[in-house]
Design a binder for this molecule. Sequence first.
Ligand code: GRF
Length: 244
Amino acid sequence: LRIAVLLSGGGTNLQALIDRMNDGSLKARIVCVGSDRADAYGLERARMAGIPTFVVDYARHMTSEPTPALDEALVGQVLGRQRILSPGVSPEEARARIQRLIGAERELMAQLDAHQPDIICLAGFMRLLTPHFLDHYNTSGAFRVVNIHPALLPAFPGRHGYRDTFRYGCKWGGVTVHFVDEGEDSGPVIAQGVYPIFDEDDERTVQNRGLHLEYKIYAQVINWIADGRVRVEPGPGSRPRVRI
Ligand code: GRF
C-alpha cells in the first residue's frame, strides 16, 4: 500500500508510522509527506527518513488574488456543498475563499499525484479539504482520505480534541480514525480507542496518553486497509458505515 501523509506540525504520528515502516510492522510504504507550511517539523522527520517531501504554501494562496479563470460552476458547486466554509461571511467572501482554496488544492493534488498514493493519511493537517479535492480521490464510492482525530467522535470535533475532552471533565478520552468527507470530522468511523482520565491528570498527561493510542490505532487501520479488510457499506439511515 502506498500512502501519502499530510501534516502541519510536529509529526509525531508520522514518526510513529516511519518507525513501524522501518521495523517492518507497517504494511505500507510512505511515498511522500506534504505540508501546508514549510516550517512544519514533520517535514524534517520525513527528510531524515529519506522520504520525499513537498510544501504547498497555503498562507500565500489564501492571501493572494484568487485564482482567476476558475470554472464558475466548480466554485458554485463547492460553495453549495460545503457550508462550513462560510459561517458568517458574505457570499462574495465565501466565493473568494473557495477560489483560493481550490488554487491551493490544485497544487496539492498535483504534488500528491506525482507519487501515486493509494491513500492519503492526514496526520495533524490543519487545512480544510474541499469537495473539489475529495471528489478527486474518493472515486466510485471509495474513500481514500483518512484522518486521525484526538477525540471520541462525534464528541469534540474541531482543533482542540484533547483540551475539550479534559476541560469537559470526561473520565474517558478517545481517539478516532475516520474517512474524510465534506464535513468537519464527520466521515465514516474506521476505528476508535479509549483511555482513562484520572483526577490527578492535567491537559498534558491526557494528551500524552491519547497520542500513544493514536500511534497504535493509526498503524492498525493502515494495516487493515492494506489487507483489504476495510469495507464501507450503507448503514442505517443514509450514513455510510465501515465494516472490518
Ligand atoms: C494529533 O493529535 C492528531 O490527532 C491531530 O493533530 C495532532 C497531530 O500531532 N489531528 P502530531 O503532529 O502527529 O504530533
